[in-house]
Design a protein around this ligand. Sequence first.
Ligand SMILES: C=CC1=C(C)c2cc3[nH]c(cc4nc(cc5[nH]c(cc1n2)c(C)c5CCC(=O)O)C(CCC(=O)O)=C4C)c(C)c3C=C
Ligand code: FE2
Ligand code: FE2
Length: 363
Amino acid sequence: MPFQPEPSYSHGQAARTAIVLCNLGTPDEPTAPALRRYLSEFLGDHRVVEIPKAVWWLILHGIILRVRPKKSAAKYASIWTPEGSPLKVWTEKQATLLRGYLGERGHQVSVRYAMRYGNPSIPAVLDELKKEGMTRVLILSAYPQYSGTTTASVFDAAVQWGMKRRHLPEFRFVNRYHDDPGYIEALAKRVRAHWMHHGQAEQLVMSFHGVPERTLTLGDPYHCECHKTARLLAERLGLPKDRYKLTFQSRFGKAKWLEPYTEPTLIAMGKQGVKTVDVICPGFTSDCLETLEEIRMEAREAFLHAGGEQFHYIDCLNDSPDWIRALADLTERHLQGWPTKQADDPMALKDSRERALALGAKD
Ligand SMILES: C=CC1=C(C)c2cc3[nH]c(cc4nc(cc5[nH]c(cc1n2)c(C)c5CCC(=O)O)C(CCC(=O)O)=C4C)c(C)c3C=C
Ligand SMILES: [Fe+2]
Ligand SMILES: [Fe+2]
């Protein structure tokens, strides 16, 4: 396909920087047709399911997309809010708050959110920003731990958009922040606040989204990064090794995924006589189906059924001010060298005398 005509933004125009907070995505509605669209895009991504394409296409379209949409739609319906899917509501709010924090610190930047699957899509948001004259873009994934299945797929979407454009902005990607002190401290504060109100349970379970075990042996750093996050959080909380557990949730399909699995671990704990647990999902920065339905509803039920007495779910970071501050700090570090404050960028100063002075002329 030939390249389409594009607005030109290079002549005499100051550089404009945008930050795009990219999350996984979510269906538009909790209905089977919306789920079919969403799951077909998501599960059709070769980064997510690494089975040879022809074989997988048959399984996906022949079986999964016939059965799963209806079941998943019912689960989504159980967590849907008047404003929409929790994942989208929180991600949008985070982008709005991040815009506010960066603005207060004097940065002149656009802040948007985009979804890897579903809407608003990464290409749609990049097109809008390009129309607005954006010349630099920082892609900030909502995933603290790097995985080929998620982080790299966001990279693919941005690169695929770029492959069809003539005049590209400068790109930067934040690959990970699993050990960022601001992120860890925001998690620790969440846990401490919970303990203040409800007391401390016998065990803290830190549940991360799983990935197929194969990806670990093939070199995906995700498993190690989850372990580091868990260790740093435990250290920050002063928790000894026998008071917390790291588990992996959301297994999909028949293959072996990273272990230990969250729900079977909680059931075993209940059977072994553990009466109280606190559960946090540190890898999810926004509450979503996987935390609200799978953990707060299903895993709770399983633990109580197995003999547990109290199951406390600790909310994701969502719009916690400590978290947004950590995001702003993280963003600022990645913006270094890109002049985003008027004083940093002589060409952004309107007055020619001001500009000359900033460029080093003597008054
Ligand atoms: C099929 C394989 C999957 C891999 C690999 C995978 C990795 C992965 N996912 C997240 C974060 C989220 N996943 C969410 C939902 C979800 N995940 C899968 C499958 C895989 N995920 C499916 C099929 C679904 C859809 C829901 C369902 O039908 O059960 C969500 C929630 C989305 C929402 O709308 O609320 C998140 C978030 C990570 C971080 C990750 C790898 C590290
Ligand atoms: Fe997932
Ligand atoms: Fe799930």
